[in-house]
Each structure stands twice: as C-alpha cells, then as structure tokens.
Design a protein around this ligand. Structure first.
Ligand code: DGP
Length: 125
C-alpha cells in the first residue's frame, strides 16, 4: 500500500510559510526549526521539504540528493547546537512513525534532543 501524504499537516503549513517557525537551518531540501513544545534545552525538528510521511517512505521515494542533504543537515544542526559528543555531551535522535511510534505529525521529522541526560531509551509501558 502506498503512503498518502496529507498536505494539510502542520509541517506542510510551516514549509508553505502559512504558520511561523523558529528556523535554525535551511538548505535546498531540508528545514530545521525549534520544537514548539521543547522536551530538553535543545529540541530541534529536522524535516525534508518533500512530501514524505515517515523515514521508510523517505528512504524509498526520495532522491539521493534529498537523502544526502537531509542526513548532512541533521549533522550540521548537531554542530550548530553544540551537542556533538566530540565537543559536548551528545544528543538523542528520534523519528517516530505511525501508531506504535506515536507519530503526531504525518510529515517525516527527526527530533534532535540535547542539553541534558535523556534517560532511558524507551519508557516502560
Ligand atoms: P511527533 O510526536 O514525533 O509527531 O512530534 C511532533 C512534534 O511537533 C512535537 O514534539 C510537537 C511539535 N509541534 C507540533 N506542532 C508544532 C508547531 O506548530 N510548530 C513547531 N515548531 N512544532 C510543533
């Protein structure tokens, strides 16, 4: 079954500049901005500009240029935010997908969280 992209999702509206965001990095294929409800001192969302629902959709359907750009943008954000383990105390990357992943916004996004210890990887159910 093919993914259906909902172009009314909140990140699509951010990309169309219909609602504001606090941008930390913009490249040809990628936008990074601060999460509206930060869960750590550093909490940045990195999204591709293309209409991809989640990571596996992106990996299947995006061009190599988009994939390289997105991957490198994530690393640039980590450097800009000062959370790379070689400079500071590190970070956690999370990308939720679908119901079990508890994905709220159906546009691929990677959370970069840092600035404090992140605790256990997965909450106990
Ligand atoms: P997820 O549960 O992985 O789909 O995370 C969605 C994140 O999006 C959540 O951490 C809150 C954030 N968020 C929701 N609405 C907005 C918004 O309008 N602006 C920004 N910057 N972040 C938002």
């Amino acid at each position: 079954m093919a993914y259906l992209y909902d172009d009314q999702n909140i990140f699509a509206k951010i990309l169309r500049k219909e609602i504001p965001n606090t941008t930390v990095l913009e490249t040809e294929h990628t936008l990074a901005f601060r999460d509206l409800y930060p869960q750590a001192p550093v909490h940045v969302l990195v999204i591709p500009k293309g209409p991809y629902v989640c990571y596996d959709h992106f990996a299947e359907a995006a061009s190599e240029a988009e994939i390289v750009d997105f991957t490198r943008a994530i690393a640039k954000v980590c450097a800009q935010e000062g959370v790379k383990p070689e400079d500071a105390d590190g970070y956690r990357m999370i990308s939720n997908a679908g119901r079990n992943g508890v994905q709220e916004v159906p546009h691929l996004h990677v959370h970069i969280l840092g600035g404090r210890p992140m605790g256990r990887m997965v909450a106990q159910a």
